[in-house]
Design a protein. Structure first.
Length: 304
């Protein structure tokens, strides 16, 4: 009579073991900083926490953010610090444009322009992987652009880095930074708490959606940004993910999941999770309700 109990324990263990996730960070070297010093301090804080958590992440770079008068060397050093601290770098285009608003040729040029500094740093540290992340997750608003750019990535040796879970941290961070500028520490704390709760809710949503679309746990790829909110609350963010039963893997390992070889044929000017892309490709509907931004946070973001 003990076998059913042992079987349930085994199933629970296997299920938790299958919950794996890679952490990726967009918009390096940093976004919405108060100053170069703030960017440097926040980057050091974020990288220190990644090291403490024993995480191997990929940071996706917008090289135009390096070219600030009188600060170029220091901002290149911010990118170098990622590699020096055991992380990797990827290409997020030069200036983070929407592919939906550019021609294929101009978007290809943005991509090539966005790899100049990053490739030199990668060579310095021996990184051979070449990862690309679409700005706004816009993959092409017509078939010629979408499939033409996919061919371009293959030709240049890039591997697309899809996103299956994100958390709207860019929106929360804007409100967080406004509160920081106003020295409103109570509001900063409130924004951070709501961001973490929102992230937890998003994980719940995407886990259910993944089961509907794929029928099994997958190696997820999480998107967050190089910003002050994540620098200040990165440990708390990772703890939420750990409590949900996840172990952390590299992006390279996550991309070995066969789900990422599945095609998605969504032609749209919008950007969203690959879970939805596979769902739409497979013509599957869902009754799950998307997670909404807290009304007070949305109002502050909108300036109301």
């Amino acid at each position: 009579m003990r076998f059913p109990f042992l079987f349930l324990i085994l199933i629970t263990f296997v299920t938790k073991a299958q919950k794996q996730i890679a952490i990726t960070v967009d918009d390096l070297p940093f976004v919405q900083e108060l100053s170069l010093k703030h960017a440097q301090e926040s980057t050091a804080k974020l990288l220190s926490k990644m090291k403490k958590q024993n995480l191997k992440t990929v940071g996706f770079v917008n090289e135009n953010s390096v070219y600030k008068f009188g600060e170029i060397d220091e901002r290149v050093a911010l990118l170098d610090a990622w590699m020096a601290n055991g992380q990797q770098l990827g290409n997020h285009t030069f200036s983070h444009p929407s592919f939906s608003k550019l021609s294929l040729e101009n978007f290809e040029a943005e991509t090539l322009k966005g790899e100049v500094i990053t490739d030199k740093i990668k060579q310095k540290y021996g990184q051979t992987e070449r990862y690309f992340r679409y700005p706004f997750l816009h993959t092409g608003s017509d078939s010629l652009k979408k499939y033409g750019f996919q061919a371009f990535l293959t030709e240049k040796g890039y591997q697309n880095a899809p996103v299956t879970i994100d958390a709207d941290d860019w929106l929360f961070n804007k409100v967080y930074m406004d509160a920081m500028k106003a020295n409103n520490k109570d509001l900063m704390k409130s924004v951070a708490e709501k961001y973490l709760k929102h992230t937890d809710n998003y994980f719940e949503y995407y886990e259910k959606l993944t089961q509907e679309v794929v029928g099994r746990p997958i190696k997820h790829i999480f998107l967050c940004h190089a910003n002050a909110l994540n620098a200040d609350y990165f440990n708390e963010l990772i703890e939420i993910i750990r409590k949900r039963g996840y172990t952390f893997v590299t992006l390279k390992d996550a991309l070995q999941d066969e789900i990422y070889s599945r095609s998605e044929r969504v032609i749209t000017s919008n950007g969203f999770s690959w879970i939805h892309r596979w769902r739409i490709t497979d013509k599957k509907k869902t009754s799950l309700k998307d997670i909404e931004i807290p009304a007070d946070i949305q109002a502050l973001y909108d300036g109301k």
